[in-house]
Design a binder for this molecule. Sequence first.
Ligand code: FMN
Length: 306
Amino acid sequence: MSSIPDLSVEISGFKMKNPTMLAAGILGVSIPLLRRVLEAGAGGVVTKSIGVGQRKGYETPNIVEVSCGYVNAVGLSNPGIDEFLEELQKSDISDMPIIVSIFGKSEMEFFELVSKLDKTDVKGFELNLSCPHVSGVGAEIGSDPNMVYKITKEVKRCSKKPIFVKISPNVTDHIEIARAAEDGGADGIVAINTLRAMVIDIETGRPILSNRVGGLSGPAIKPVAVRYVYDISRNVKIPVIGCGGINHWEDAIEFMLAGASAVQIGTAIAYKGLNVFNEILYGISEYLKRKGHHSVKEIVGLSHKF
Ligand SMILES: Cc1cc2nc3c(=O)[nH]c(=O)nc-3n(C[C@H](O)[C@H](O)[C@H](O)COP(=O)(O)O)c2cc1C
């Protein structure tokens, strides 16, 4: 047997050469840019969340650095589905492991998005049921298990591609939400989106973000995200993709031991650039060799036995 561990993963039909992915919203919707992320080593990429219409998002300041991370309230700025379809038409994406993140206010909006995108070569969908700072969408829908069930079911009805539901840490019972997604037919859960947070300028007394409240990402949320992955992966049968504060290869390993089949990386790109993917992959590979594993799949959920 080869001494090079097998890093490839397949999550409910979504194939990647390794378990690292670009998290939603970090590098937009430009296909050439997303391709650069894959060339830099990522196994898969998730677009910025797309809605039915164009959204400008919030005024600046819409992102602020804090110790251990960032608080952002970008406000789901995006070009809207029709312009995104034009962007897709400009490139051949048939070889790209690309997941489109989508958001909406109702089952009808999700229906519109998925029926338009299903004809393209995108490989699957991530339902953003977890954005913490835009009213009427995201976490407001994602904290209602009935809505999570209905939207997931509707999306499943319109597409045979894998559907991942991204859940919020700003809910009372995340296991109930994950189970509602599973019951609706989700092929995987992504945990977690950002934690609702705010920052105040002590000289002026003003909240810094124009929206006042935003979402905290980065190393500050890693232990929270690890717990979500651990809890959810023990309570649903579908795969879990971990996200939140992954900065080093050790973080990625921790998420996989907690039960993640793959990991998404967002804020770390602001600290380390796109090199972060190769750095993390090298670390994972060396760890697997040192521990005598032949495949990355072997370590998923190993912490559950304790
Ligand atoms: C500037 C910024 C924009 C984001 N936009 C989205 C988005 O459009 N859709 C989404 O589901 N998550 C979005 N997120 C959340 C990330 O995908 C991720 O869940 C979160 O940042 C935690 O991961 P990290 O600590 O590795 O950044 C955004 C995060 C940041 C920092």
